[in-house]
Design a protein around this ligand. Sequence first.
Ligand SMILES: [Zn+2]
Length: 401
Amino acid sequence: MIRTILAVLLSFVAIGAAAQEFSGLARLDVQDSSVVDTRNGVALELRMSQGVPYRVFTLDGPERLVLDFREIDWAGVEPGALDQSEQVSDIRVGGFGPGWSRMVVDLAGPYLLETADLEVDAETGQATLRVDLQMGSPEAFATASGAPDGAEWAVSSAEVPETSGQDGTFVIVVDPGHGGIDPGADQGGVLEKDLMLLFALELKELLVRSGDVEVLLTRQDDSFVSLDRRVVLAHKMRADLFISLHADALNEGHAHGATVYTLSKTASDKASALLAERHDRSDILAGIDLSGQDDVVADVLIDLARQETQPRADRLAEALRLGIKQRQLKLNTRPMRSAGFSVLKSPDIPSVLLELGFLSSEKDRANLQNPEWRGVMAASIRDAIFAWRQADAATADLVRQ
Ligand SMILES: [Zn+2]
């Protein structure tokens, strides 16, 4: 327990300054929020400009309630103004890891977490988080308290650079399809996995030369990486966008040209359910630990994140289609598609899967093996990403107003 407390204290010290750089998407309306005493406990009602993923837990020694939010802007928030409770001695707010904000409520006794419920107004998009605490025994409080297990706020994987995504650097995660024992399409000795790695490395080179972005690959060599692992890596790398590269083969028809895939609506609903069921929940939403949540809460959190992410992914797909068209490269007859691909299931990272062409098409195969063609295709992707990034930032600014 002491270690937990120390970790929390250290985080406040270390991240306090960095947190100022985040202009959060959501704002807390202090005027309409309150922390009050109830008959046998304490009730928090926090009004926010929009729903954000969050988590709530208590810590012991001394007793306190911790609320973590994804991107809340505390600017101008005087947390003391919230406090109308005799049972709360202090409320503090600060940053906790990149993109995360924390509120700590110091409690006068063992008040156990009874309910936490986030309600989002369908019309205004404004959200209200209600948290109820009930007086319990010190023993019960001690048992119920502690930071959720598996909450990996820090980057730990050796595959992920420690500085990834820090200082607000824009992180592009490029995912070369297949690898290792999974060759992908195989046409006359030309393997999809090799071509995609080659293309990914060329694209990375071009992107890095073109601007202030960090580009990370889900695999650097011919090794097998599971689909889930690719999604987990994107989170650990703090990806601002995720692009998976493929060039599959089709046995039937004469499919050719580039195709951009996003996660389909029906697939996304199913994905939510599947994600919520999964035992290793801590990796699903960057930094949010869902392992201690019941399924309903987990679903809500994932849906909230996805609601915001899906339109952004759709716009990214459209930017790619446009970029490829502008360079007069061949698009598929149905260039925009959606499917339930596992690698697109990050609820909080705009993700697309780009079929650069089909290895089963002679023309496409020749193109994919042509460095000149690859250069033009990479340039079209670069242009699309930078255009999208700018438009996306402008949209985010609008949302913040
Ligand atoms: Zn493939």
